[in-house]
Design a protein around this ligand. Structure first.
Ligand code: GDP
Length: 475
């Protein structure tokens, strides 16, 4: 018989089929090994090539991570503006934007690092250390406090001389001189020169630069799929193009014990015992104070039409059903508490047509986005994670908060269309083509022909998004 906790199968499950490396101290980060016991294995299997590349990456990180001999040498070169032949080149991710955005951009930067044999180092910003466990077994992914560029991060912009787009405008990218570092501006307001990052020719130049610092608020992975130089690697890494964020996200993002407490207590108290779990993520981008009637109408129209929630019987008395009724737990997340109250009342005041019992739960209602408050983002992260643990998910258009939940959960959500002029759209929602996030600000440029093109019409697996007509997503 033996101890089940030692069984090979269970160990494999715990490590998500080899996606995760062994060898961590379990107590330092419970979520890494316990997520599998919340009924969420992976959707599909990571390719053996992805697994081997992750192990290779971990070895590189061990060699080049903070305060290693190679790191110290490359940092010394950075201070002196010197470029020598170091085995270690880096992508430095600058903390920027809301939490959902940050999770998507960090995954994008990691994939870029993987493709270009660079080491990813993370600017911890105000709260990254409180939110995420270390993902790599040897060496931290956080930049040390004495990293020479730390105090410059907030000042880098498109006008900086080290900005790649600015360098192109200044014709400062000659073949003979290689700068020791370049700032990549890949935020939503980037210009045509900044966007040349997505051209192979420009990658040939960037390849030689030891330090690349990137600021972005976009999931830029779809455009990497349009670059011939990465094509073969990407298709070997991800034979199924729908699971890129799913695998990278489950590899990289493990809630700290503090956040895992928020996740597991909530899950055990309100979700674990239900027969079915539905997640509804409400993100309202309209100005003015909600809750809005048209948003409530839209939520109900979508969930009823798609049979995600049962209708109620508004006339008639209490019906006694024998036996234990089926139960459904609905996890609603929103900055406002108005929606959950209305839906909860509806299922309290009336019986359902199916006899199901519906419980409606909302972990927090923080009112408005408070990026600098510690507990605020811990709750936001816990809520994204809880949404990912549901069986079916409804998300709001344009929201990276929802993209993270769907991607981690391996769920193809129903997306609520964006309301226009204060009215609920009809139809209210649409099933997503894939679980991948949408790249909101992709370039529309043909690097070879040097002219504009519709990048959503070049290959079958990179398409325009359901919720944003100009966005790009992998399907
Ligand atoms: P996006 O703006 O929807 O793309 O998502 P982001 O996560 O990038 O930024 C929104 C921020 O607002 C989050 O990081 C949270 O701080 C906050 N927020 C938005 N919706 C919710 C919610 O439902 N629950 C909580 N706790 N915070 C939210």
């Amino acid at each position: 018989q033996g101890d089940v906790s030692d069984s090979v199968e269970l160990q494999k499950d715990k490590l998500l089929g080899g996606l995760l490396a062994g060898g961590f101290d379990e107590r330092s980060c419970f979520s890494r090994y316990h997520s599998a016991s919340y009924g969420k294995g992976l959707s599909g299997n990571p390719s053996p090539y992805l697994i081997s590349r992750l192990r290779k990456y971990e070895a590189l990180h061990k060699e080049c991570g903070p305060y290693t001999e190679s790191y110290n040498k490359t940092v010394k070169d950075l201070r002196s503006g010197h470029v020598s032949d170091s085995p270690c080149k880096y992508v430095v991710w600058i903390s920027y934007s809301g939490l959902g955005n940050r999770i998507l951009t960090l995954a994008s930067a990691f994939l870029y690092a993987l493709l270009t044999n660079r080491v990813l180092l993370v600017d911890p910003g105000a709260d990254m250390v409180d939110l995420f466990c270390e993902p790599f077994p040897h060496g931290s992914w956080f930049l040390p406090p004495d990293f020479p560029l730390n105090s410059h991060f907030s000042k880098f912009d498109q006008k900086s001389d080290q900005c790649y787009g600015k360098m192109l405008k200044n014709k400062a990218t000659t073949k003979s001189t290689v700068p020791s570092f370049v700032y990549l501006h890949l935020a939503h307001d980037y210009d045509d020169q900044d966007k040349l990052f997505f051209c192979d020719e420009d990658q040939t130049f960037l390849q030689k630069v030891p330090w690349l610092a990137v600021r972005t608020d976009n999931y830029f992975v779809p455009s990497l799929f349009l670059m011939p130089s990465f094509e073969q690697q990407l298709s070997d890494l991800f034979p199924n193009k729908e699971t890129i964020f799913h695998f990278l996200g489950r590899y990289l993002f493990h809630p700290t014990n503090k956040v895992w407490g928020l996740v597991s207590r909530y899950y055990q108290a309100y979700l674990a015992n239900a027969d079915e779990k539905l997640g509804i993520q409400i993100r309202v981008f309209e100005t003015g104070t909600g809750p809005f009637q048209h948003v409530l109408d839209q939520i109900l129209a979508c969930t009823l039409k798609e049979n995600l929630l049962p209708d109620v019987i508004r006339k008639g008395d209490f019906v006694n059903s024998s036996g234990k009724p089926k139960s459904k737990a609905v996890l609603m997340t929103s900055l406002s508490s108005g929606y959950v109250e209305k839906v909860r009342d509806m299922y309290w005041e009336h019986p359902t047509a199916t006899g199901e019992i519906i419980g409606i739960y909302q972990p927090s209602h923080e009112g408005y986005q408070q990026t600098e408050k510690k507990m605020h983002n811990q709750k936001a992260w816990a809520e994204m994670y809880l949404l990912s643990l549901t069986d079916a998910l409804v998300t709001s258009s344009w929201s990276t908060f929802g993209y993270v939940a769907q991607g981690l959960g391996g769920l193809k959500p129903w997306i609520l269309y964006k309301p226009e002029n204060g009215t609920a759209p009809d139809p209210a929602c649409q099933r997503a083509m894939s679980m991948e996030p949408c790249f909101h600000a992709p370039p529309f440029y043909d690097c070879k022909a040097k002219r504009g093109t519709d990048t959503g019409a070049l290959v079958p697996h990179v398409r325009h998004c359901e919720d944003m007509s100009w966005g790009l997503k992998l399907v």
